[in-house]
Structures are given as C-alpha cells and as structure tokens.
Design a protein around this ligand. Structure first.
Ligand code: SF4
Length: 420
C-alpha cells in the first residue's frame, strides 16, 4: 500500500501516538485513513482502527419526502460542531448531486456515501428501474462519488446469493433493514445473477485504489431486531466480507467492516471478537448496536449503551443513532444530540481501552469540579453549550456551591471537615 507520510504524521499527532503505530496499522490493514486524493478541500485526516481513539460518524442526507439543501447544510454544521469525526451523506431525495457537492465543499471532516443510492436515484433518468441497471451503470455511480472526492464508500459486497438462500431458510422477524442490502437483493433476484459488487470485487478495488479512498464493507443483512441478532445470514455475510478484506489488503486498498445493528447486550462481545477474528483485525464500524427494540424516541441512548460496550471490546468506529431513528428523518437538533451521545459512548469505551490517554480528560474535570471552577468545568465538558444552559437555569446563590444541594454541598462540607 502506498502510505502517505504526511497523513500518517498528522493522525499520529492528533492521536498522541507514535507515527510507527499508525504506519504499522496501515500496512497491516488494522488502521484506515479515509482520504480521497481528489477531495477538493483539505481536511484534518482521521485515523480509524487499532490503538486509536474510537471515532464517531454522523449520518445526514435528504429523503424522497424531505429534500432541502439548506436543511442538510445546517445538519452538517451541527454534526461537525458537536464533534463528529466523519459525516456520511445518505441522500436519496431531491438533487442529490448538489447536496453531495455542498457537503464535500463545506465539510471539515471526511465524507462517506453509499453510491448504490446514486444508482437508484439516477435510474429514472435512464428510463429504467434500479433492477434494470447494468453492472457498468452501477459502477458508474461508484466512480462518480470517488471522482467527487468522497473519502469512504459503503458497498454491500458480502450479501451474495448464498446469503439470500440462508435468509429464505431462516424466517427473520425484521427481514432486511439495510436500504443498500434490500436494493442488492432486488437486483440479484430480478437479474438471476450474483451481486455485481461481489462478482466484480477486483474492479471495485481497482477503482477505489485509484483515488486512495477507503471501502466500508456494508452489512446488508445486519439484524434489525434483537430476535435476528447473530443469525446465520448475518454470519454468512461476515465470512464473505472477511475474505474480501484479505483481497483488499492484497491489492493495497483500505477496507473497514460494518456491523450490527440490533443486538442484545450479552451478544456484543462475541460479535466484536468474531468480526476481529474473521476479518483479521480490520477496523470495525457498527451502527449502534441497539440493545433493545422498545424505545423509539430514545434510540440514541439505546445505541450508546451498545456502542460503549462494543467500543470497549474493540470496535473502532461508532455510527451514531438519533432520537428519530425508526421514526423519521433527523433534524439538526437530532444530529447534534445523536453525535454528542455517541461521543460519550466512544469516550467511555476509550477509558476502558486506553485508560492512560483517555482518562486525563476525566481527571482534569474532577479536579475542576472539586475546586468549584464552574466556567472552566463547563468549557472542558463534552457539550459546553448544554452544560452552560443547565448551570444558568437558576440564579446563583453562592460562588462555590451549585443549586443542587446549596448550603448542604457535600464537597464543601467534607473539605471543611477534613481540612482539604
Ligand atoms: S452543591 Fe451538590 S451537586 Fe453542587 S457541587 Fe456541591 S455537592 Fe456537587
């Protein structure tokens, strides 16, 4: 693999690790730096993988029902402002080329997309339905996104006809919940042919390698209900993705692996370890995992519980979930809240994974808290705006204590009693 030393150095500095950690991870395929050589705007590169901070992605994008470019711009700013490490544009409505162009031009973080959505949105212009598209037309959408400067691409390469057969034999509660996965199944069934992204995987590698971008091998059969977690179709797809990771490495193309989905807490460790084993340590990127199916409106919290655990066991990259999950298209406030909650999960995971590096922030906060340094404490918090809003809700009655316990402040009394 051609390693860009400048990117390696910048990632090492931002992570506080030795350059060798980053270059060795890139060589072995346990770290990726999604950075398209054609991207029109310079950004701070982001490393994802072994030995690095757990990263957070925020999904934005239009839908066929709500497609407003200004809305998407506000969502992009909300995600970046809240600390998202990357943003994915999942647009499927309105002028998706214009939305993607705006996002790539405005974003200060790496951008990912799902090019198969482009193929589906462009098919009416060719007077075809998605399933009537040729392999070349599908690959044209991938090239288009790479040429635009997209840094990482979700491609559902592991969902093959064998996986579909497994799915037929295993009556799932929630079936297929991945949009890209469902599209690939429809295409395979209509054409009675293999998934073109799997059949022509080398072509996909050559194309991605040309731009120095990164593949995110999508889990089209990720479980969409706890009842479907860790079933044979899911594992079948993972086995194929594991082989594709090897092929990507052989050709010097960066690849990470996407994972569940809905997953009971007690299956998370096994799933992360299985992915790491089958995919030879490739960076793992999970959506959630959502640890219960019953809390729409709070699925950002449901996914953070799963994300913290998944991160602790070795997951490298968390895709956020917003309070609107399962209910509707997120707005800018959902994006902000989803990003913050996912960052909490990622940081909690890092405290367990890399205590020496990650706990410094917590120790600093505790020191400020113990000294009643309110302004500094608020500024050092993960979401200073939210902390400030709550601190200022009631008028202050004393410089030291807050309005929670007032004159009964335990910290103040114990310091006085113990002479601290
Ligand atoms: S008043 Fe209560 S909540 Fe506020 S700083 Fe003191 S102990 Fe903590």
């Amino acid at each position: 693999m051609l390693i860009d030393e400048t990117l390696v150095k910048r990632v090492a500095v931002s992570e506080g690790v030795d350059k060798k950690v980053v270059s060795q991870g890139l060589t072995e395929g346990t770290i990726v730096i999604p950075y398209n050589r054609r991207r029109p705007r310079q950004i701070e590169p982001v490393g994802i993988g072994k030995g690095l901070r757990t990263k957070v992605n925020a999904n934005i994008g239009t839908s066929p029902s709500i497609a407003d470019i200004e809305n998407e711009k506000t969502k992009l700013y909300a995600a970046v402002d809240a600390g998202a490490d990357t943003v994915m544009d999942l647009s499927t409505g309105g002028d998706i080329n214009k939305v993607r162009g705006m996002i790539i031009a405005e974003s200060t973080v790496p951008i990912g997309t799902v090019p198969i959505y482009q193929a589906a949105c462009d098919s009416p212009k060719l007077k075809k339905s998605f399933v009537e598209l040729t392999v070349d037309e599908i690959f044209a959408s991938i090239r288009k996104h790479l040429a635009d400067g997209v840094d990482f691409l979700t491609v559902h390469t592991g969902l093959t006809r064998a996986g579909v057969e497994r799915l037929r034999n295993r009556k799932r509660l929630a079936g297929i919940v991945s949009r890209g996965g469902a599209m690939m199944v429809e295409w395979m069934m209509h054409n009675k042919a293999e998934n073109p992204l799997a059949e022509y995987f080398d072509r996909l590698l050559d194309l991605t390698g040309e731009f120095g971008a990164c593949l995110s091998l999508g889990d089209g059969l990720r479980p969409g209900a706890l009842a479907d977690a860790s079933d044979r179709p899911q594992i079948q797809e993972l086995l194929i993705i594991g082989e594709q990771v090897d092929r990507a490495r052989d050709r010097g193309v960066q690849a990470m692996v996407e994972g569940p989905g809905h997953m009971p807490l007690d299956q998370i460790e096994m799933n992360v370890k299985l992915q790491k084993e089958i995919c030879h340590g490739a960076p793992f990127y999970v959506l959630g995992p959502l640890v219960t199916d019953v809390a729409p409106g709070y699925d950002h919290i449901v996914s953070a519980i799963g994300g913290a655990l998944a991160g602790m066991y070795g997951t490298d990259f968390l895709c956020y979930v917003t309070p609107s999950e399962h209910l509707g298209l997120p707005d800018a406030d959902d994006v902000r809240v989803g990003t913050i909650v996912s960052r909490i999960a990622a940081h909690a995971a890092d405290i367990a994974k890399y205590p020496e590096r990650a706990r410094k922030w917590d120790e600093e906060m505790s020191r400020l808290r113990e000294r009643f340094k309110w302004d500094e404490m608020i500024n050092a918090s993960l979401d200073p705006k939210e902390a400030r809003k709550r601190f200022d809700r009631y008028p202050k009655q004393a410089e030291d204590v807050c309005t929670m316990c007032g004159e009964f402040c335990a910290i103040k009394h114990s310091k006085e009693a113990l002479g601290g």
